[in-house]
Design a protein around this ligand. Structure first.
Ligand SMILES: [Zn+2]
Length: 127
């Protein structure tokens, strides 16, 4: 926990911080990734899908996400899509809120009145 005396927030900044905290606490489950509808070619070289775009398989509901830099996909049914789409929307909302929290924190740090050290004063590299 941050000590309340270390960092000063304006009334507006406090209100924004509280709004972000409240929204995050209410966000619920958050499913990372995105959903798209896809029609695909199979691995069978003699299948009609290989040559005729009208004979592609699907459409499939495909949930896509990155795991350690690799794209991972999973086919969902209609019921799963209905259940998961709100969680995917939540995930986007959570990312937006975290991004807002980052921006607010930078704004607060940039305005910190104690931040008037001269570069190199202590002999260490300054950022
Ligand atoms: Zn095929």
């Amino acid at each position: 926990m941050t000590k309340a005396t270390d960092i000063r927030l304006t009334v507006r900044q406090q209100a924004k911080k509280r709004r972000i905290e409240k929204a995050l606490s209410e966000a619920g489950l958050a499913l990372y990734g995105s959903v798209e509808i896809r029609r695909t070619r199979c691995g069978n070289k003699t299948c009609a899908c290989q040559t005729n775009p009208d004979k592609l398989h699907g459409p499939y509901i495909v949930w896509t996400r990155k795991v350690k830099g690799k794209t991972v996909t999973r086919v969902l049914n209609d019921e799963q899509l209905a259940d998961y789409q709100p969680l995917i929307d939540n995930s986007r909302r959570v990312r937006e809120l975290v991004s807002e929290l980052h921006e607010l924190t930078i704004e607060i740090i940039e305005a910190d009145s104690r931040r008037r050290g001269r570069p190199g004063r202590s002999g260490t590299a300054s950022r």
